[in-house]
Design a protein around this ligand. Structure first.
Ligand SMILES: Nc1ncnc2c1ncn2[C@@H]1O[C@H](COP(=O)(O)OP(=O)(O)OP(=O)(O)O)[C@@H](O)[C@H]1O
Ligand SMILES: *[C@@H]1O[C@H](CO)[C@@H](O)[C@H](O)[C@H]1NC(C)=O
Ligand SMILES: *[C@@H]1O[C@H](CO)[C@@H](O)[C@H](O)[C@H]1NC(C)=O
Ligand SMILES: *[C@@H]1O[C@H](CO)[C@@H](O)[C@H](O)[C@H]1NC(C)=O
Ligand SMILES: *[C@@H]1O[C@H](CO)[C@@H](O)[C@H](O)[C@H]1NC(C)=O
Ligand SMILES: *[C@@H]1O[C@H](CO)[C@@H](O)[C@H](O)[C@H]1NC(C)=O
Ligand SMILES: *[C@@H]1O[C@H](CO)[C@@H](O)[C@H](O)[C@H]1NC(C)=O
Length: 533
């Protein structure tokens, strides 16, 4: 073998042997290394960063607000003298960002060149473990970085939640672009490349010391390097970097997390970066247990169960509501609209016909006190059950016509409401109840003096006269008895319960005869003949 061919073999040897142990050429201006996997590598790790058993650097894990750094162990000489210009350099790395929870993402990571490998003062979350709120933007930092950012932080002017940016001393990128690449075989057509979940992505970062041109190129691992860089910027790094600087990766998580992994990395001064053999880089870890689909498997059934339950509950509530407030409406009632009450209103007025509101039980039903929700007026609601459909039309007509009676000694009938097998009559509420309670000396009631009795009798007589003669139609009460004489606030006697005889035909009250009315309180000839006169 000739010496020249020996030299040739020796010079390309570093490029051929791309192994786990980095190749280092010691010449000051030709420092270079190439990692395919990081098993046994001598990188300085801090924070959450660790090297997995397969040789992947995992900068972060699913812990919130952590930092992770992987830094080349010794600083590199970027200038040959303190005043010299920063040399050209070229680096390439293969990375992958994984999310345990689908599109829930961490903050991204950065490749950096900086004066120190101590990042204890840097913040996590949107500061990517590189800067903090005080030193952001300060030239004291002497940091050059390429951010691969997966969250849009408007405070740093981020363009979107999937971008690549060139940063100098600050998280506000001097140039940035949505992550992607220009496809060589498609005449440089731009293709988006989601940083999360696209599998391994290769990145090239190059700096030309003569022209001060910085360029950043991305491509899916295995694809040849695109001819057009994603980003390029002319910036004299001689004004930024120290003579000796550390290089490495920095990442952080916020409330949301991601796994930022580096699979391979090469670097060289003054020539193109050593090629990373895409077939030899370790595989991205598989976040088996909490993969997005797994998460969906858990969340989806729960969510759908909750949804079904919610719909079911709403349906049951609506049906119950509908049944509770269900009324009977027929076409002929349309004209009585103004006299008709909604069952819902009566239900609310009487607090659901609660026993607290019950003021009396008559022969045909219960009477409840209520306060109408809209007018706030006090009413007595009488619930009468009826079985026959016949006569109801005529009866309602009478109820409505009696609603027009207007006399101081007649209990005002406001209107009605109809449900299946049930009729509700709404009367003016009489504070002092019915006369029988006074006459029969019910406990707690004062007995009436003669003046009061006379006033009541006069009132009833006046009421009867009105019903019999003063109103357009003749109304026969047919059941004047103490329980049907009600007393208002001023202890005026008022006639109640009149004209309802038709409905009461089918009554069951032992006190009420079939003749309609109560014997003893009726004109004898009415009891006898069954009709008036
Ligand atoms: N408008 C009203 N204001 C205040 N209380 C009333 C009113 N209407 C009825 N009441 C009370 O409800 C009770 C029952 O009245 P209801 O008219 O149903 O039966 P009754 O008159 O006692 O018997 P019948 O059904 O045989 O005529 C009355 O005794 C009275 O105390
Ligand atoms: C993630 O990293 C943090 C910080 O180093 C560590 O405390 C935690 O145990 C790690 N979590 C897992 C699941 O490895
Ligand atoms: C790792 O790097 C450090 C710092 O450069 C050095 O001190 C140490 O000897 C290296 N160890 C190995 C095993 O290379
Ligand atoms: C960070 O620094 C840049 C450059 O000085 C500045 O424009 C930006 O406002 C700073 N942002 C924050 C959040 O401090
Ligand atoms: C680049 O373009 C070629 C030709 O259209 C296509 O076959 C290939 O899939 C593209 N590469 C990527 C990574 O999209
Ligand atoms: C930079 O300029 C020097 C001197 O002009 C030249 O020798 C060198 O090849 C140039 N380097 C590059 C990368 O163009
Ligand atoms: C870059 O900056 C250095 C130091 O400020 C200077 O010496 C050098 O000429 C600059 N290079 C270019 C290309 O402007």
């Amino acid at each position: 073998m000739t010496t020249t061919s020996m030299k040739l073999i020796l010079s390309i040897l570093p490029i051929l042997i791309v192994g786990f142990i980095p190749e280092l050429s010691t010449g000051n201006d030709h420092r270079q290394f190439a990692y395919t996997g990081f098993t046994n590598s001598n990188l300085t790790l801090d924070g959450a960063a660790r090297i997995t058993s397969t040789g992947v650097i995992e900068l972060t894990n699913d812990t919130a607000r952590i930092k992770g750094h992987a830094v080349y162990p010794s600083p590199l000489r970027f200038r040959l003298s303190p005043d010299g210009m920063v040399q050209s350099f070229s680096t390439s790395f293969v990375f992958g960002i994984l999310s345990s929870f689908g599109d829930i993402r961490g903050h991204g990571f950065a490749f950096f060149i900086g004066p120190s490998n101590d990042f204890t003062k840097a913040f996590s979350i949107q500061f990517l473990g590189l800067f903090n709120s005080i030193n952001n933007g300060s030239s004291v930092n002497q940091i050059f970085a390429i951010e691969l950012d997966t969250i849009q932080n408007t405070e740093f002017g981020d363009i979107d939640n999937n971008h690549v940016g060139i940063d100098i001393n600050s998280l506000n990128s001097l140039r940035s672009n949505t992550a992607g690449f220009y496809n060589n075989s498609k005449n440089g057509m731009f293709t988006n490349l989601p940083l999360i979940g696209s599998g391994p992505i290769q990145t090239w970062v190059e700096y030309d010391g003569n022209t001060t041109q910085i360029s950043v190129t991305l491509a899916p691992l295995g694809m040849e390097k695109p001819m057009w860089p994603l980003l390029s910027l002319t910036f004299n790094l001689s004004t930024v970097l120290k003579e000796e600087s550390y290089i490495g990766f920095s990442s952080s998580t916020g409330l949301t997390t991601g796994h930022h992994c580096v699979l391979g990395w090469s670097f060289v001064m003054n020539s193109p970066a050593p090629i990373i053999d895409s077939t030899k880089v370790p595989k991205l870890p598989y976040l088996g247990q909490r993969s997005p689909s797994k998460l969906l498997e858990i969340i989806l059934p729960i969510a759908s169960a909750v949804l079904v339950l919610a719909i079911g509950t709403v349906a049951v509530i609506l049906v119950r509501r509908h049944l509770r407030y269900k009324e009977v409406h027929e076409d002929w009632e349309v004209e009585y609209g103004p006299h008709r009450f909604a069952y819902k209103d009566l239900y609310r007025a009487t607090k659901g016909f609660s026993s607290k509101n019950l003021i009396g039980i008559g022969g045909f039903g219960r009477v409840y006190k209520g306060i109408l929700p809209t007018s706030k007026s006090e009413v007595a609601v009488k619930r009468v059950s009826y079985s026959s459909k016949q006569g109801i039309k005529q009866f309602v007509a009478e109820v409505v016509s009696m609603g027009h009676l207007q006399h101081n000694n007649v209990v005002k009938l406001f209107g009605y409401c109809r449900r299946k097998g049930e009729l509700l009559l709404v009367y003016d509420y009489m504070e002092n109840g019915s006369l029988d309670k006074y006459l029969c000396g019910e406990e707690g009631r004062t007995t009436l003096d003669w003046g009061q009795r006379f006033k009541i009798i006069k009132g009833i007589a006046s009421g009867l006269l009105y019903l019999h003669e003063e109103w357009d139609k003749v109304v026969i009460h047919r059941d004047v008895k103490p329980n049907n004489v009600l007393l208002d606030k001023e202890m005026n006697g008022r006639l109640g319960d009149f004209g309802l005889a038709r409905l009461y035909d089918h009554g069951t009250d032992p006190q009420t005869t079939h003749v309609v009315g109560t014997i003893g309180y009726l004109a004898p000839e009415l009891v006898h003949r069954g009709h008036v006169g």
